[in-house]
Design a protein around this ligand. Structure first.
Ligand code: HEC
Length: 74
């Protein structure tokens, strides 16, 4: 799949290494879903399809927020 986001917003290695693997997988998968949403919106122009995709990807927002918090250790 064409990746629209990776070059511009991949976090620096020190940040990536601090993230649990499952967290990173969920983040990658969310970005892929948004890439697909953007590509489909461009090629299909079908708002109902885009809204369905948006509803599905937002489940991942909720799932991740329910499972993870950023904790700063002092
Ligand atoms: C892979 C995990 C992950 C996914 C997926 C994710 N988030 Fe988050 N998000 C976080 C974490 C971690 C924080 C920091 C929360 C904290 O520590 O309180 C955060 C914080 C936020 C905040 C700031 C909340 C605040 O209290 O300031 C917003 C807004 C937000 N996310 C929106 C979204 C939206 C919209 C999506 C989906 C399109 C999304 N996030 C998907 C992990 C994720």
């Amino acid at each position: 799949m064409r990746r629209l986001w990776q070059k511009t917003i991949l976090p620096p290695p020190v940040v990536r290494e601090a993230m649990p693997l499952e967290f990173r997988k969920l983040g990658f998968s969310m970005h892929q879903d948004f890439d697909q949403l953007a590509l489909d919106a461009e090629s299909m122009g079908d708002i109902r399809h885009s809204m369905t995709q948006l509803g599905n990807v937002m489940q991942k927002c909720v799932a991740c927020h329910a499972a993870y918090r950023i904790v700063v250790e002092r």
